[in-house]
Ligand binder design. Structure first.
Ligand SMILES: C[S@@+](CC[C@H](N)C(=O)[O-])C[C@H]1O[C@@H](n2cnc3c(N)ncnc32)[C@H](O)[C@@H]1O
Length: 242
């Protein structure tokens, strides 16, 4: 991958391999948590995951994602399905064929096209009205934060905006992940069959995202919703966030 250091390249490949192997487990987890379904989420549900996502979904609804939408790391398609309801076209990019196969199964809408690619090796073919990603920024190696946001910038139409959702903290599952404490954010995770992978998981606090994106020329509003946050961002020189 051009411009990506060899050790990052290795990490990116291992993380993709992790998701490729984890795809069925990942999807079962989403179904268990009802995270695959952004429709009809009850904002006062007794289930915390549902409440959190209901808040994020309502914010996404206010953005009216009607035009040409790009979803990075679309995975098995829970957000893709929601975006396809109102967008003219959704382009989903993900590096894992197994995740994309699940996405195709889940999202039958005709206004969705899927691209299999490593995001760090990908470039947009045109500019999009909305760029969205969920549970992805936390998987970007810390030292690729700025290059990642430059890909987002290149993908965004002049008056476009970015919507993203991620975790503020882990779900506390004992032994599920062991952070190595290095400065790229690498973590060790195991699959149910015991296979072990090194991947990236960085739990950003809202203030850190605002500071880092501000320094890169973005205006961003990050709203915490319990254990997750959602955020809306736009280029500071182009758009004022409503
Ligand atoms: C935590 S999942 C999130 C999936 C989906 N956005 C969701 O909210 O359910 C992370 C996704 O990132 C994808 N991924 C990991 N590294 C990638 C890379 N370098 N380029 C593209 N996709 C990548 C994985 O295949 C996986 O589908």
């Amino acid at each position: 991958v051009a411009g990506v250091k060899a050790e990052d390249d290795h990490l990116i490949r291992e993380q993709i391999a992790y998701y490729e192997a984890r795809a069925p487990e990942f999807d079962q987890m989403l179904v268990r948590k009802r995270r695959y379904e952004y429709d009809g989420l009850d904002p006062v549900s007794p289930d915390r995951d549902t409440r959190e996502l209901a808040i994020a979904e309502a914010a996404l609804g206010r953005l009216l994602p009607a035009g040409d939408v790009l979803e990075l790391a679309c995975g098995s398609g829970s957000l893709t399905k929601r975006l396809a309801r109102s967008a003219r076209l959704v382009t989903g990019v993900d590096a894992s064929p197994a995740m994309l196969a699940l996405c195709r199964e889940r999202v039958e809408a005709e206004n969705v096209r899927l691209i299999e690619s490593d995001i760090f090796a990908w470039g947009p073919d045109h500019r999009y009205d909305l760029v969205a990603f969920s549970f992805w920024l936390s998987h970007v190696p810390r030292d690729l934060f700025d290059p990642f946001w430059s890909i987002v910038e290149q993908s965004l139409a002049v008056r476009g905006c970015v919507f993203f959702i991620d975790e503020i903290e882990g779900d506390g599952l004992e032994g599920y992940e062991q952070t190595t404490g290095d400065d790229r954010g690498t973590t060790i995770r195991h699959l149910e069959d015991g296979r072990q992978y090194t991947m990236v998981k960085v739990y950003y606090q809202p203030a850190e995202i605002e500071r880092r994106l501000g320094a890169l020329g973005w205006t961003v509003r990050v709203t915490p919703a319990s254990r997750i946050y959602y955020a809306v961002a736009a280029r500071s020189d182009r758009v004022e966030l409503a």
